[in-house]
Design a protein around this ligand. Structure first.
Ligand code: RFL
Length: 407
């Protein structure tokens, strides 16, 4: 709901052309693009700088997204430190099936932990490009989005007082649990939802990866995955009931299940390590359409959540941010409105494509464990087809890497 105009009790009301709510990959990328174009903006973030620089999440970044960051001067550390991945491996029916997508397409994935990317983006925004950012803010509210004079108010971390900032545009980049999405007029925005009815136990292990690539175990007892993050830290996933309690998964049980579900003839034994993160994620998606209303533009998880099944969420957040940053800069420096007018439509094409791929992939991962012999049969056929049909392999590679010529 749009809040009524607040009582202006900030000592010195301030003005920025753009207020960005949320300092995740989406918000910080928009901020960096605006600063590079000489546009002033303010980022408001509920967490502390230390918190956002450490929060573990994504790792897989697609090549087009890395090139987009590079084009905007934001990929220096990433290009130096990220790992290049050229293949993934499926394990099913007790066998290993390597899928060498680089051999097939010439394209690859990058693996760079999200906290490192966020650290790079904050440093560039605040310390290099002189962007303004306020951490630890509370109770952010948006006002007057439908008129020509919107504003954002929040309770400041140090002052404990409500501050108000006038602006021309608000970028809602505050993630899936943020507040900006709720400010879209309900009669103008539709939220489409999908619930997979599946949980994943998301784990981070203090251990080097077991093998040189991403592993997908499609097992009758449930999916298991391994995603290398860095030489000393590896992410694992185990399918579990939605809403399961992570305490049901002590160290021994986790490693026994991972060994079983990722086991295959000739596979290296898993390298075990201390579990430094253990949480249950319920797999669901949602998409808000359109992603804009009045002076508010949503980007990233604030607009669309895609379950981490296909490792797409941060990639979509970056895609939105490139479009929104460029569109706002064009509007504010040249009066060119075309980017903002087409923003939502342009983002949603890739968003829906990635949502559809996640659904397709979900059946590949989970169909064999659904307890339904018919689904187990079709899932096995789908898996085998990837390794017997060059056309199916090429289609999978294109979606996995996000390399379609058009969305
Ligand atoms: P973020 O990263 O959630 O950032 C939002 C920021 O907004 C702040 N915030 C607020 N600030 C001000 N006022 C409020 N009211 C606020 N409410 C929240 C938050 O503190 C935060 O700093 O959203 P953004 O920028 O849209 O980025 C999205 C990505 O973080 C997300 O899609 C990915 O992490 C998803 N994801 C993956 N994506 C990939 O592309 N590749 C992957 O390999 C991948 N792996 C993953 C993932 C997500 C995971 N989890 C935890 C759901 C693995 C996991 C386990």
């Amino acid at each position: 709901m749009i809040q009524p105009s607040p009582h202006l009790n900030s000592p010195s009301p301030q003005r920025f052309p753009v207020v960005i709510v949320g300092a995740g990959p989406a918000g910080l990328t928009v901020g960096n693009i605006l600063r590079a174009a000489g546009v002033d903006c303010l980022v408001l973030e509920t967490g502390t700088r230390e918190f956002i620089e450490r929060r573990p999440r994504a790792g897989v970044i697609e090549e087009w997204a890395v090139r987009g960051l590079e084009l905007r001067g934001l990929a220096g550390n990433l290009l130096e430190r990220a790992e290049r991945h050229t293949a993934c491996e499926f394990r099913f029916d007790g066998e290993r099936y390597r899928f060498s997508y680089q051999e097939l397409t010439g394209s690859h994935h990058w693996v760079y932990p999200q906290p490192l990317l966020v650290t790079d983006l904050v440093r560039e925004y605040a310390d290099v490009r002189g962007g303004e950012i306020r951490f630890g803010v509370r109770d952010v509210r948006l006002h007057g989005l439908d008129g020509g004079r919107p504003s954002v108010s929040y309770v400041g971390a140090e002052t404990g007082r409500r501050e108000t900032v006038a602006c021309d545009f608000v970028a809602g980049c505050d993630g899936a649990r943020g507040v900006t999405r709720a400010s879209l007029a309900p009669e103008r925005a539709r939220v489409a939802r999908h619930d997979y009815g599946i949980g994943w136990l998301a784990l981070l292990a203090e251990a080097p990866p077991s093998g040189d690539c991403v592993l997908f175990g499609c097992h009758p007892d449930g999916f298991a995955g391994q995603m290398p993050r860095s030489p000393g830290v590896t992410r694992y996933y185990l399918q579990c009931p939605p809403g399961d309690d992570p305490d049901h998964w002590p160290h021994e049980r986790v490693w026994a299940e991972l060994r079983r579900r990722l086991g295959a003839a000739g596979a290296e034994p898993l390298t075990e390590g201390r579990l430094i993160e253990k949480r249950v994620l319920d797999m669901h998606d949602h998409v808000t359409e359109p992603m804009a209303s009045g002076r508010l533009f949503l980007a990233g998880d604030a607009a669309h959540l895609v379950a981490p099944i296909a490792a797409k969420g941060m990639n979509l957040a970056l895609h939105d941010a490139f479009l929104l940053g460029d569109a706002l800069a064009a509007r504010l420096t040249r009066g060119d409105d075309s980017g903002l007018a087409g923003y939502s439509r342009e983002c949603l094409r890739r968003v829906w494509d990635y949502q559809e791929f996640s659904q397709w992939l979900s059946e590949l991962y989970h169909g064999g464990a659904a307890g339904d012999p018919f689904r187990a049969g079709t899932t096995l056929a789908r898996l085998r087809r990837l390794f017997s049909s060059p056309a199916a392999a090429a289609a999978f590679a294109e979606q996995y890497l996000g390399t379609a010529a058009r969305y």
